[in-house]
Ligand binder design. Structure first.
Ligand SMILES: Cc1cc2nc3c(=O)[nH]c(=O)nc-3n(C[C@H](O)[C@H](O)[C@H](O)COP(=O)(O)OP(=O)(O)OC[C@H]3O[C@@H](n4cnc5c(N)ncnc54)[C@H](O)[C@@H]3O)c2cc1C
Length: 720
């Protein structure tokens, strides 16, 4: 209400200004005519005249009325250069700040609310660099000042900052106009004030802050290196710490562009993905899926029954799969590509030096112009009382440990309802273990929409998982008759404790970045959940980069590889051109059965971010190939901009959802809408047709009804 009253009041004053034609007094001729009278007032009542000028100037600027130039000239003519400059400088800055505050009071909340999270990056940019950009805009008056006042009011820039930056930024322009005012008699037109020379100096003034910014950045960069002795020469162009996805790709890129690069890996080449993550888990999932299909052979017209298998062989197959892929990431392969691979533990000694404790016991120091930290992450083990005593497995240990077993553990507890927990729980249950999965949240896979969690939970339960959501793991203990039974005590949603007996417990409650032990802390490189980097993946030291799980925010092999490109290219060529890492289209998949894959926004996220959207859904139970495969569970859900075919996000649940998603990833990356997908021939009968049919659903919902009525009439007429 207050806002409406203020708006009405301001509108009334502005309307009165124009209704009473007050701007007739704000012309050069009118000013010249009244110059003499103004001079007399100034002589007789200097303070009162100054006060009137001051207040009128503030009011005109605050109300965004035209005439600031004429008033500035008038002030110059009446008060001279020094006093005139003082008067206008303060009045214009105060007036501008008032206009800014009015815009902020009346509009900012609703604008910020309406555009929600879409303004997040912009707001952060303004908070970081708003003062600088405002200064440039003030110096180089390319936009009308009243517009700047109103628009800046909608941003989070601080009022105090706005005031002083405006005052300083407007000073050169004010000086020119006040000075022109002192020469009012010789002025023929307003355009005469700004000669080409003055315009040029404005342009130079505009460039000045940009140059100043570069200099400040350079000084800042130099400051972090203070106290370190930069080598005169470097042994390498790049040293990469960690031989997982991020490290391998960084080193590969460096070698491909003929840089001298050393890759240091303390453990196994290929990192988590090959040895403990994506590959073993997908190999396990495949065996488990086949077992499930054998069990339910009757769904395919076959004889169904409990699959007979050796768990040892299943685990052996997993290690065979790792061994088959190993050569892709091997020391030999990377050496042949031109990468020097050192097997040992790397520690950053100073911004250019890495010490390597080689696995053979020797050590070596190398210098490099740049370093990429790609040290990855490790499983997070929750601080549960008694956990260490009863023993547990993580993704780091389970592949080796379970490979030693002849039979699958009869009773398994899976802690965690995220992607890794769900994939493992379903697989071990399908292979015959009694799996109890414990998740503290109300639902599994909380990053996805609730309906996806429901589908995932149903799929897990169908596979035999005893899924406990809303249950919190409290402690572990030995119990039972002879105190030898391993037990997990959980708190159920009603707050009561329950005992779960188990043979093996797997922790899959998240992963933490490796942040200590290799020099980051000694150099003061900032870390939070991950290593803190800027958009170029530079750490505190601009020649030290981070990529992959250690840098976050995603924890996928493909995002690690994606970041690695930026880290390597910026590390090697950043002096010429640096690239901001592009997170605009990031896909991921959880490989439970049916798979869950997503790119862009989910419905929940769109709502949280206040982004308007439409939902189009296509159920796989309609798809010929899915019916033929008896895999009709799932859907394709596409979020689009209302009324447009622009894709905001896609969730696919179903067999091979991870593969199906790629078409949408491509579409989003290259700005292709649903109409383009609909207009693309999809092979029949494939699961990929689901993407096209989803686009078809969108088209049907946006059919031009009125036009179709006319076309119907046309056909009727044609029939005669
Ligand atoms: C069970 C499981 C399943 C997964 N499934 C998928 C999936 O399906 N899809 C997907 O995209 N992602 C998946 N992931 C995630 C994926 O494995 C990681 O995101 C990926 O491995 C990250 O790569 P990285 O290079 O950042 O780190 P890592 O692969 O962890 O590599 C880091 C390497 O650095 C080495 N290192 C650390 N410090 C030093 C040092 N000081 N000196 C020398 N070497 C050092 C480590 O030994 C390690 O080998 C899964 C993860 C797990 C655990």
């Amino acid at each position: 209400m207050k806002r409406i009253i203020l708006l009405a009041l301001l509108a009334a004053v502005v309307a009165a200004f124009f209704t009473f034609d007050l701007n007739q007094y704000l012309t050069l001729d009118s000013l010249k005519n009244s110059q003499e009278q103004l001079g007399i007032w100034q002589e007789e009542q200097p303070f009162a005249t100054a006060a009137v000028f001051f207040l009128v100037y503030i009011a005109a600027t605050a109300l965004s009325l035209p005439g600031a130039v004429i008033m500035t000239l008038a002030v110059g003519a009446v008060f001279g250069l020094v006093w005139g400059l003082m008067l206008v400088s303060f009045a214009s800055a105060i007036g501008a700040t008032l206009a800014f505050l009015v815009a902020r009071f009346v509009l900012r909340d609703s604008v910020q609310e309406r555009f929600g999270d879409r303004l997040k990056a912009f707001n952060q940019g303004v908070e970081r660099e708003g003062a600088f950009y405002l200064f440039t805009l003030r110096l180089v008056p390319v936009f009308p000042f009243f517009l700047i006042n109103l628009l800046m009011g909608l941003t989070p820039i601080k009022t105090r900052t706005y005031y002083w930056v405006s005052q300083i930024g407007m000073l050169p322009g004010t000086l020119i106009y006040v000075n022109a005012g002192t020469q009012l008699g010789q002025l023929d037109s307003l355009s005469g004030i700004v000669s080409p020379e003055i315009l040029l100096s404005f342009a130079l003034l505009g460039v000045f802050p940009l140059i100043a910014k570069k200099i400040v950045a350079l000084v800042k960069k130099r400051r972090v290196y203070k106290g370190f002795q930069k080598p005169a020469k470097f042994d390498r162009n790049l040293i990469v710490i960690g031989g997982g996805a991020a490290g391998l790709v960084s080193a590969y890129i460096a070698a491909a562009v003929k840089a001298k690069v050393t890759l240091i890996e303390a453990n196994k080449m290929g990192g988590d993905c090959l040895n403990y993550g994506c590959i073993p888990s997908k190999a396990l999932i495949k065996s488990a899926k086949v077992a499930e299909q054998m069990r339910h052979g009757d769904r395919y017209g076959l004889e169904g029954g409990e699959p007979q298998f050796s768990f040892k062989k299943v685990m052996q197959r997993i290690h065979d799969v790792i061994a088959a892929i190993e050569p892709h990431d091997s020391v030999e392969r990377y050496t042949s590509l031109g990468v020097e691979v050192l097997q040992g533990y790397g520690k950053i000694i100073d911004p250019w030096t890495v010490e390597i404790q080689l696995n053979d016991g020797s050590s070596q120091r190398l210098t490099a112009r740049s370093i990429v930290v790609a040290a990855g992450a490790k499983p997070f083990v929750p601080p549960i009382e008694g956990l260490d005593q009863v023993g547990y497995l993580t993704s780091d240990t389970l592949w080796e440990e379970l490979a030693k077993e002849d039979d699958i553990p009869k009773r398994m507890v899976l802690l965690g309802g995220g992607p890794i927990g769900c994939e493992l729980a379903q697989s071990f249950a399908r292979l015959g273990s009694n799996v109890i999965q414990v998740e503290r949240n109300e639902r599994v896979m909380v990053r996805e929409d609730p309906e996806v969690s429901v589908l995932a939970a149903n799929a897990l339960r169908k596979s035999g998982v005893n899924l406990l959501t809303g249950y919190e793991a409290i402690r572990c203990q030995f119990g039972g008759d002879n105190q030898s039974e391993k037990q997990l005590i959980v708190k159920n949603p009603d707050g009561e404790e329950e005992i779960i007996a188990f043979d093996r417990l797997i922790c899959a409650v998240g992963r933490t970045a490796r942040l200590t032990g290799y020099g980051l802390e000694n150099l003061g490189i900032q870390t939070e959940r991950t290593v803190v980097t800027n958009e170029y993946l530079e750490t505190l030291f601009p020649n030290i980069y981070a990529a992959g799980d250690v840098a976050g925010p995603f924890e996928f092999t493909h995002t690690a590889a994606h970041q690695a490109w930026y880290a390597a290219v910026n590390a090697l060529f950043g002096e010429w051109k640096s690239f901001k890492v592009d997170y605009s289209v990031i896909p991921w998949a959880t490989f439970i059965d049916p798979e869950v894959a997503r790119v862009g926004l989910s419905e929940t996220e769109a709502r949280e971010k206040n982004i308007p959207f439409e939902v189009t859904r296509y159920g796989l139970d309609d798809l010929d190939r899915a019916i033929a495969d008896s895999s009709t569970e799932g859907f394709v859900k596409v979020l689009t901009v209302p009324g447009k075919d622009k894709i905001l996000g896609v969730t696919i649940v179903g067999t091979h959802a991870g593969d199906l998603l790629v078409e949408y990833v491509l579409a989003m990356k290259h700005g292709l809408g649903l109409s383009k997908i609909l207009g693309t021939i999809h092979t029949y009968p494939t699961l990929a047709e689901a993407n096209k049919f989803a686009a078809g659903e969108w088209k049907k919902a946006h059919a031009p009804e009125k036009l179709l009525l006319w076309i119907e009439k046309y056909h009727r007429w044609k029939r005669g």
